[in-house]
Design a protein around this ligand. Structure first.
Ligand code: 4NP
Length: 154
């Protein structure tokens, strides 16, 4: 069993998209029982909300349905999950500050798992246009496949 928590700032764009894409891969591989998958945000501003309408629409065009409801990350997450995966450098520095020293969760940045693309962050699409959202999906599809291949034998 591998437990993975995807993190971004608001938990309404990038991390619910990552959670949805990763779950899709895991389900297509028939490995649902081997994974626990969730996402959360570093701010609670959007707590209780569905994912951003633009993210949901671009996701739908690629065949994904995002059903996650935004929630903030909590201290217990660092004890409950094996891997906590942030989207950008700002996410990573906030996660390093929040992680208790005795936690089990290992912190990783999503772009570590890219196989075909070569970028250092999954950029925040919130204040940008359509291209930002489709770019996020491109990066996450590539990185989620890499993450699956990295974890499927654990
Ligand atoms: P996310 O995008 O971190 O990918 O969910 C954002 C969503 C909301 C805000 C910023 C980024 N915000 O400032 O409210």
């Amino acid at each position: 069993m591998v437990s993975v928590l995807f993190i971004c700032l608001g938990n309404i764009c990038r991390s619910p998209m990552a959670e949805t894409i990763f779950r899709d891969i895991v389900e297509k591989e028939g490995k649902e029982s081997s994974y626990k998958i969730d996402s959360a945000g570093l701010i609670s501003f959007h707590e209780g909300e569905s994912a951003d309408n633009r993210m949901r629409n671009f996701a739908y065009q690629r065949g994904y349905r995002i059903t996650h409801i935004s929630r903030p990350v909590k201290t217990q997450d660092f004890y409950d999950f094996d891997m906590i995966i942030g989207m950008d450098d700002d996410n990573m520095s906030k996660l390093r500050r929040l992680r208790p020293d005795d936690a089990k969760a290992e912190l990783h940045k999503m772009t570590e798992y890219l196989r075909n693309m070569d970028e250092d962050e999954v950029p925040d699409p919130y204040y940008g246009g359509a291209a930002g959202f489709t770019h996020v999906i491109d990066l996450l599809e590539d990185a989620c496949r890499g993450l699956y291949e990295n974890t499927c034998n654990k």
